[in-house]
Every structure is written in C-alpha cells, then in structure tokens.
Design a protein around this ligand. Structure first.
Ligand SMILES: NC(=O)c1ccc[n+]([C@@H]2O[C@H](COP(=O)([O-])OP(=O)(O)OC[C@H]3O[C@@H](n4cnc5c(N)ncnc54)[C@H](OP(=O)(O)O)[C@@H]3O)[C@@H](O)[C@H]2O)c1
Length: 264
C-alpha cells in the first residue's frame, strides 16, 4: 500500500535543523521533513559525497566553538529554526564492562550523546521561546533501558541521561510553547549497526547471521523479526513534529519492533 504520510505537506514554512543529517537515521529524517515542505538544514563533520538536497553546514557538535559558529550561521541566514532534531550520537566506546572503560571513554560518550544536544538546545532555544513556538526531538535508544554491561555500558548511560534531560526540559518549556520529545529506536539498518554486527561476528568467530541472532537474543529478540528501516524512524519523527502532535510533549517513543520485553 502506498504510504500516504509521504505526501502530507504539513511542514510548509517551517525551518528544521537535523544534526547528523547526512547519513543513516538523520538523513532519512532530513529527507522526510523536506518532503513535508520544511526548509531543512543538516549538519555533520564531513560534507557528504554526491548531491545533497538540503543546506549543509559543517560542524563537530562535540566542540563548543563549532556549535557557536553553526548557530550564528543559522541565525544570520535563516533567523533560527522551528524544529530541531538532535540526532547526532552513537556507540563509540568498547564493550567489556567497567574495567574496559577509561575516563576518556566516559567523557567522549557523554559529549557525543548528551552534551552535544544540551549545548545546541541552549543556543537555539531563545528564538523558539521568543516566538512561543518550536519542537525539539532527542534521538535516544532503547539501549537506555537495557542493562547489557558487556556491550554498551557508557552508551546506555549517556542515552538514559539524555532521556532524563529531555523530560526535564519538556516541563520547563511546555508553558513557553516549545514541545520536547524523545524517540528511542531499537536496532535500525544503518552503516554503524551493520558494522557493529560484522565486528561482533569477527571477534566471536561466527557468521553474521549467528551474530545477529546472538545479539537479538541478548535484547530478548525482536518480535517483528527484523531491524527498523531508517525511513520508519523518520515517519515517527515527522508525525511528532507535525501540527497533528500539538498536545504531545515530554514523552519517549520506542520504535523497536516490540523488542523491549517489559511493560513500561
Ligand atoms: N542505528 C541504530 O541501530 C540505532 C539504534 C538506536 C539509536 N540510534 C541513534 O540514532 C542516531 C543516529 O544513528 P545512525 O545509526 O543513523 O548513525 P550514522 O549512520 O553513523 O550517522 C551519524 C551522523 O552523525 C554525524 N556525526 C557523527 N558524529 C558527529 C559529531 N561529533 N558532530 C557532528 N556530526 C556528527 C555523521 O556524519 P559525520 O561522520 O560526517 O560527522 C552522520 O551524519 C544516534 O543518536 C544513535 O545513537 C541508532
């Protein structure tokens, strides 16, 4: 069946910034918001190869000076944004539990998955508050709710902190007209996820299919039996930033094919 949501032009006149909008989930979100009529700005450290249909601004969001120049450029050229998708993040630290993680690992994981979004919100929020209108989405992960010590301890902690920050911020901003929401994908078919499975297979001396099944086993399996497509996460984000979601704030939406085997 044709996906009618792709054809809804409910973001005409809106300006959106998607961080990490050049690859994976971020790219799918940027494309979807543009299809819905938004003017989309994407940021990443590297200019993507090939054609890009959005305004690109290079920035490393773990660096305060890059966030300042990014927000200055956005303020000058676009007069701020109405929609901010904090998508930058990822698992960059080793598995193996507490003894495998140094101070530097903890600090870099927190910078990438937590502080980068906090810093950017702080820079872009004043204009949203001035207009009494805006939406911020924090892309978290179901990992925040899974205690898998040997796989992703620092990543899970940084995303759990992001969830707490996002909820707290939403209560401060609801009376000021700005909605704040969290989206928590489960395993999603992006290059880093595919590499993670390949590396796990190589280190365990097993096939990719066996590695996929073992990893799924550790998270209780995915009842739908497959990973999410980035475009499926983008559909959820599109809905959440749209006028149809005007009464939603402070909530965290898992999009995980039913994988978390707990009642939340
Ligand atoms: N894939 C999954 O299974 C999955 C599951 C749950 C949650 N998530 C979350 O979803 C989000 C996106 O993940 P993904 O798998 O789509 O990642 P991805 O394919 O690796 O894309 C990451 C994007 O962020 C940019 N980026 C990385 N570090 C950056 C930095 N320091 N400053 C600015 N840009 C930076 C990358 O471009 P450059 O490299 O050029 O900077 C790229 O555009 C992350 O927050 C991740 O934790 C993913």
């Amino acid at each position: 069946m044709e996906n009618k949501q792709n054809q809804i032009k409910d973001l005409e006149g809106k300006k959106a910034l998607v961080t990490g909008g050049t690859k994976g989930i971020g790219k799918a979100i940027a494309d979807r918001l543009a299809e819905a009529g938004a003017t989309v700005i994407v940021t990443a450290r590297n200019q993507p190869n090939g054609d890009i249909n959005h305004h690109f601004i290079a920035a490393d969001l773990t660096q305060p000076q890059d966030v300042s120049s990014l927000t200055d450029e956005i303020d000058t050229n676009f007069g701020g944004v109405d929609i901010l998708i904090n998508n930058v993040g990822g698992l960059t630290t080793p598995g193996g539990g507490f003894s495998a993680l140094t101070d530097e690992h903890w600090e870099s994981e927190l910078q990438l998955n937590l502080i980068s979004g906090i810093r950017l919100d702080r820079a872009l929020l004043p204009k949203m508050i001035e207009r009494n209108n805006g939406v911020i989405i924090h892309i978290s992960s179901v990992a925040a709710k899974q205690a898998l010590w040997n796989l992703n301890m620092a990543y899970a902690v940084s995303k759990a902190a992001l969830n707490a920050y996002s909820k707290t911020l939403s209560t401060e901003l609801a009376p000021k007209g700005v909605r704040v929401l969290t989206v928590s994908p489960g395993a999603t078919k992006t290059p880093p996820m595919e590499k993670f499975i390949q590396d796990f297979a190589a280190s365990a001396g097993i096939t990719i299919e066996e590695a996929f099944n073992q990893l799924l086993g550790q998270v209780g399996g995915i009842p739908m039996g497959r990973m999410a497509e980035p475009s499926e996460v983008a559909s959820l984000v599109h809905f959440l930033v749209s006028p149809a979601a005007a009464y939603l704030t402070g909530t965290n939406y898992a999009i995980d094919g039913g994988s978390l085997p707990v009642v939340l």
